[in-house]
Design a protein around this ligand. Structure first.
Ligand code: FAD
Ligand code: PYC
Length: 417
């Protein structure tokens, strides 16, 4: 008979947390690397994986102040779509969706990518015009998106209330059928396992506390809570904390950090077949494979680094959800949490060089970077490996905030902020 001890259970849980029984190495940091990636979220881990798998660069460390995937990667509502308005955004988000489509096979790890469709609701003429504009722009970029009547929307998502008596009646919807959800932890674990297997060092509990520069001003390594680690190139991929880290090299970032919250209900049998988002009432919802309704709120209205937001934000979201789906009114909410998202003035990411030689940054994904994880890692790896942007991330420079060549995706954010 199998005997359980508390210690054995903890060890088993830790193993499971590291990817269903398969542990990666937990190495001591070396004195120096070719490339150091700061932040073991999905983007940092994906970057390390593509550095190794595409560019053959394996003398790489990913440094994480907590545990891998413990930042926004493990806190988001996992919506994946590429229905963005501008060509530059369609380029990167569609690149990501295509990588998502083969990711479980590529990593040999089930990231549970489920293309169940993302439906965005229209409640007024402005929504109709804006969503239709997105549909036309998307199609020109080869991105699927289609218009639905309220009846077609209800066919696609039976719990949706399309009564004309609603305060914000549903008057149509845009549907991206290739959109969907994935399992966020598995994405971090899958990339970590695959990068580790190629020789990348993933070092947890290792906070970067300083950026060191050589006599020529170029980056020479990072100060950490586990000592100095030398590096030829450093890529900062630290979501809500980018400004803090970049200020260590006196680089001022056009970023504000806000709490963003989500919550889940008690688990129930499958009742909700797709993802539904509404910008006007501000609510979005899907159902996880565990059965929980996954519901997201907007950002708080003030900047903060606390991974906790105001309760009134979540209650407002639940009011909106119940207008659209009254049948959920008696469900109990199980738990809520927050993450810190990094928002740029044009709501588009920054991926590329900084004024400091050897220092690169990938940030500003705000409320919507989970969907970009594979695409972001892929192009950032190219940038770190070659010193030049991939053509897909070339428009997303830090420079654009000096030149004014912004990529104003505010309308596509789908989350109130
Ligand atoms: P993270 O996963 O946050 O990783 C950054 C890592 O850097 C962290 O692990 C952190 O600990 C580490 N770090 C920070 N400082 C240091 C330091 N000094 N030294 C070492 N390590 C450091 N996006 C979508 O596309 N769809 C969604 O449905 C969606 N929903 C969301 C819902 C919520 C509630 C939240 C909070 C976000 C949501 N997002 C969504 C956004 C998405 O989660 C993020 O854009 C994305 O996960 C960012 O990934 P990342 O790897 O850059 O950051
Ligand atoms: O970008 O689709 C999105 C999103 C949904 C919830 C948070 N972000």
């Amino acid at each position: 008979m199998r005997r359980f001890s508390f210690a054995a259970l903890l060890a088993e849980a830790a193993n499971a947390h590291q990817g269903w029984g398969r542990q990666w190495r937990n190495p001591e940091p070396k004195r120096s690397y070719d490339i150091v990636v700061v932040g073991a979220g999905g983007h940092g881990l994906a970057t390390a994986y593509y550095l190794a798998s595409v560019h053959g660069i394996t003398n790489v460390a990913v440094l994480e102040k907590g545990w891998l995937g413990g930042g926004n990667t493990g806190r988001n509502t996992t919506i994946i779509r590429s229905n963005y308005l501008y060509d530059e955004s369609a380029g990167i988000y569609e690149h990501a969706v295509k990588l998502w489509e083969g990711l479980s096979q590529e990593l040999n790890y089930n990231v549970m990518f489920s293309q169940r469709g993302v439906m965005m609701l229209a409640h007024n003429q402005h929504d109709v015009q804006s969503l239709k504009r997105h549909i036309y722009a998307n199609r020109l970029n080869g991105v699927d998106n289609e218009w639905l009547t309220p009846e077609q929307a209800k066919d696609f998502c039976p719990p949706l209330n399309i009564s004309p008596d609603l305060r914000y009646p549903v008057i149509g919807a845009a549907l991206q059928r290739r959109g969907g959800v994935a399992r966020h932890d598995a994405v971090a674990w899958g990339y970590a396992r695959a990068a580790d297997a190629r020789g990348v060092d993933i070092i947890q509990n290792c906070e970067v506390t300083g950026l060191r520069r050589g006599p020529n001003g170029a980056i020479s390594g990072v100060e950490t809570t586990r000592g100095f680690i030398g590096a030829r190139r450093v890529g900062v991929v630290a979501a809500g904390h980018t400004s803090v880290i970049m200020s260590m090299a006196d680089v001022r970032m056009p970023i504000e950090s806000y709490p963003l919250q989500a919550l889940v209900s008690e688990p129930v049998k499958p009742v909700f077949p797709c993802v539904v988002m509404s910008n006007a009432v501000h609510a979005y919802i899907s159902q996880s494979d565990k059965g929980e309704l996954v519901i997201g709120a907007g950002t708080d209205q003030y900047t903060s680094y606390s991974q906790q937001g105001g309760l009134h934000i979540t209650t407002h979201t639940l009011d909106a959800i119940l207008e659209l789906f009254p049948q959920f009114s008696r469900m109990r909410m199980l738990r809520n949490w927050g993450g810190i998202v990094d928002v740029t003035p044009d709501r588009s990411p920054i991926i590329g060089k900084t004024p400091i030689e050897g220092l690169y940054v990938n940030c500003g994904w705000g409320t919507g970077g989970f969907k970009a994880t594979p695409g972001s890692g892929h192009v950032f790896a190219h940038t770190l490996a070659t010193g030049e942007p991939h053509k897909i991330n070339a428009p997303f420079t830090l420079d654009r905030f000096y030149t004014g060549r912004l990529i104003d995706e505010a309308a596509a954010a789908a989350v109130a902020h």
